[in-house]
Design a protein around this ligand. Structure first.
Ligand code: NOJ
Length: 737
């Protein structure tokens, strides 16, 4: 449709019809089950409201989409199609590693390609908009939604955000690309004490320095939608927060797309205690230019009246409605309301070997080798291997947000091991329960995961088999981790260690003094100091996706060389969190190993994490040279080149992620001890040496000042390069203005 046609359409709409475009309802309202991802309250809406609702969520499948759209259009006075949105977070049917794993690839280009595939696969089955990527920065590992984030660093998150948005949206071709809705704006990753849906209170300086950059990158990349977060930010819930939504998002960043709430978050303004009733909640959210109300009756039942009462200008209702109409128009829905959804085409794409290849490749890059005493890589012959643990033979390695996937299609670790080993050298068993009481974890979106433990006799039998396998084996590979429902939305924990039954089994098996390799499947940086000493090698696999087991096995057996690097710090203990590399300074810093009382430290744990941000091992041996700036002074308007050489002294090809950090030594504001400014992935053949050059420009020296201005200051800077955020060599330069 041409712009004037859209305007003409708008002019024919009643107030109720305009408000209707701003209402999103789930599948149950359209006679299908859909997937429920929030509390189900009675909405207090009429059939008329359903008939006028502008969009729905998490209803997919080409045939279902076609059927619902057809029925909907029959009842629509003006023939405005329904918009289908969905949570396609890191895969639709072909599931990629969880975003925390994607973060560990340090390979935004690859992730952009993956998201292009994800867009293609889901668009063919009727998806038009996805609630992804989630661009919340995470530093508190207690929060279950760490799994949905690419990590703790603003730069890294921004690069991924940009790549994901561009990958999903491509050229916005109907049936091939989908619109991206970035979320959860803003600072949802900083909920107090890591407790889900909790409040956030932080300085504007910190907000702008750390939390906003990734959302801004998503907006700059052209995302068509933004989702408001559940949390209160500095006293005002995000959904009604004019400073966030209007001053920053609309006025400063120039975003003119659609803002949608998170699930029922307008209604939650009442629960937060800032609105007396649904009508006031609707008014507050609308005034903050929150356009679409997900799954409540607040807008449907009140917006038209608020206009009639003069509390909302009709022009503002028109603007919000037009944003939705424009999106529908851009998606081509007025020409093809079915978005070319086609069950056969969808099936073809789902079965396309390119998807499988991409998912395996990404899982290879996402896994992080945390420890290796030389037991890895494993030999394929002449060694008896016992694969033990709750993740040894399950397709449930997809993580919580794989809500549209069929878990029975995943390759299990046992199946992948069987491709490498002859049967006489391989045994596999479950060994123990994942955790003591899965029933406590609640239900989520009806995803079929184990929520009941077997009887005690079965559990005893499992342990017996594990002990027999351990006695028989030359090497034990433990496949353990968190229960899927211990992570993701509503998955906050105060104890982020391995669940008790698994720790107990590790201790028992350690008595057999066999080399032990622990492969971890989990959705947050866990505190591993109580199990790490029992292991000879540790491979962090996260939830690696439909074909992740193939990647894990290739890495364990050395058919691929691990290259993943942590995008989050992994703590020693839960009590250390939030622990992150770009922390502030203190007036009484504690040098490692120092025990003086009057320094900033814990009595019972180190300050540093067990494994730092940026860290990861491989089977090659990288040797880093010194950090070499090409000059000692950088004048305003100039750039400075920093070189570092990296040599592979090992006997196999390996990939290194060379990292560049900066620190402003004396600034108007106490600056973080270091901040990642750039990185480069390089591949080195055995014996090969490469020199990596980074360019430092003024932009990299700028920071957010106390008055929220953004500028660089003259003075001394430390520049650091190395393989992770701790093993760095440092040089200094002066910046002169
Ligand atoms: C709530 C979650 O916070 C959000 O991430 C998701 O997109 C919506 N529900 C819709 O399912």
């Amino acid at each position: 449709m041409k712009d004037h046609e859209l305007q003409e359409l708008l002019s024919r709409m009643t107030l109720e019809e305009k408000a209707g475009q701003l209402v999103q309802l789930d599948g149950a309202c359209f006679g299908t089950r859909g997937i429920t991802t929030g509390p189900q309250e009675a909405l207090g809406i009429t059939q008329e409201t359903v008939d006028m609702a502008g969009s729905t969520l998490n209803v997919l499948g080409a045939d279902t989409v076609r059927r619902i759209q057809e029925n909907y259009l029959k009842r629509s006075r003006l023939g405005i199609p329904l918009l289908f949105m969905a949570d396609i977070i890191y895969g639709y049917k072909t599931i990629f590693p969880i975003p925390l794993g994607l973060g560990c690839t340090w390979d935004p280009e690859l992730i952009g390609r993956d998201y292009a595939f994800i867009g293609r696969e889901s668009a063919a089955d009727g998806a038009m908009v996805t609630f992804a990527p989630m661009l919340d920065l995470v530093r508190d590992a207690r929060w279950g939604r760490c799994m949905e984030s690419t990590g703790e660093d603003p730069l890294l998150n921004s690069r991924y955000g940009e790549a994901m948005v561009k990958g999903l949206q491509g050229d916005m071709v109907p049936g091939k690309n989908i619109a991206s809705c970035i979320k959860h704006y803003a600072a949802y990753g900083a909920v107090e004490a890591g407790r889900e849906y909790n409040t956030v209170d932080m300085s504007e300086m910190r907000l702008r320095q750390d939390y906003l950059p990734a959302y801004k990158a998503g907006v700059d990349a052209g995302c068509r939608m933004v989702m408001s977060s559940f949390n209160v930010l500095n006293g005002i819930p995000a959904t009604a927060n004019k400073h966030l939504m209007v001053d920053i998002l609309r006025d400063e960043w120039g975003f003119d797309g659609t803002v949608i709430t998170d699930f029922a978050s307008i209604y939650e303004l009442i629960m937060h205690g800032v609105a007396a009733d649904e009508k006031e909640a609707a008014l507050m959210a609308f005034r903050a230019q929150t356009d679409v109300d997900m799954q409540t009756g607040c807008y449907a039942n009140n917006l038209a009246d608020l206009v009639r009462e003069g509390k909302i200008a009709e022009a503002d209702l028109d603007r919000a409605c037009m944003r939705v109409l424009k999106l529908k128009n851009e998606l081509g829905l007025f020409e093809d309301p079915y978005y070319q959804a086609d069950a056969l085409k969808a099936q073809e794409i789902i079965n396309d070997p390119a998807g499988k290849e991409a998912a395996v490749q990404t899982a290879l890059e996402a896994c992080v080798l945390l420890k290796n005493n030389g037991v890895l890589p494993l030999a394929k012959t002449g060694v008896r291997i016992a694969l033990i643990g709750p993740y040894a033979d399950t397709g449930d390695m997809l993580g919580l947000w794989a809500i549209h996937a069929d878990r029975s299609h995943s390759v299990t670790l046992r199946q992948a091991f069987e491709q490498k080993l002859s049967p006489e050298n391989f045994r596999c068993c479950t060994g123990c329960k994942t955790l003591d009481d899965p029933a406590e974890l609640g239900d989520f979106g009806n995803i079929p995961v184990v929520t009941k433990n077997p009887d005690e006799e079965t559990v005893r039998q499992w342990e017996k088999e594990a002990i027999e396998a351990a006695e028989w084996a030359d090497v034990i590979v433990l496949a353990m981790g968190e229960h899927t429902l211990q992570t993701g939305e509503g998955g906050s924990r105060t104890d982020i260690t391995l669940p008790a039954p698994q720790k107990e089994l590790i201790r028992k098996l350690a008595a057999y003094h066999k080399p032990m390799v622990l492969v971890l499947f989990n959705g947050r940086p866990m505190a591993l100091s109580d199990v790490e000493p029992y292991t000879d090698a540790l491979l962090e696999a996260w939830f690696p996706g439909t074909y992740g087991a193939l990647a894990v096995t290739d890495l364990l057996f050395g058919d691929a060389n691990p290259s993943g690097r942590l995008s989050v710090s992994m703590p020693y203990t839960t009590g250390q969190v939030p622990v992150y590399y770009s922390h502030g300074r203190t007036g009484r810093p504690c040098a490692p190993g120092q025990r003086s009382r009057f320094t900033s430290r814990y009595l019972d744990a180190p300050n540093e994490p067990l494994y730092p941000f940026g860290y990861g091992l491989g089977y090659h041996k990288a040797v880093y040279g010194e950090t070499k700036p090409d000059k000692t002074c950088m004048k305003s308007g100039e750039t400075l080149t920093v070189s570092v050489s990296v040599r592979n002294d090992g006997d196999r090809e390996g990939c290194e992620t060379v990292q560049l950090y900066l620190h402003d030594c004396a600034a108007a504001v106490a600056r973080p001890v270091k901040e990642l400014k750039d990185f480069r992935r390089i591949v080195l053949k055995p014996g090969e040496e490469k020199t990596v050059q980074f360019t430092i420009d003024e932009e990299m020296l700028k920071y957010v000042h106390a008055d929220c201005s953004y500028a660089a200051e003259a003075g001394t800077f430390e520049v650091m390069t190395g393989p992770d955020s701790e093993r760095l060599s440092c040089a200094v330069f002066e910046y002169i203005q």
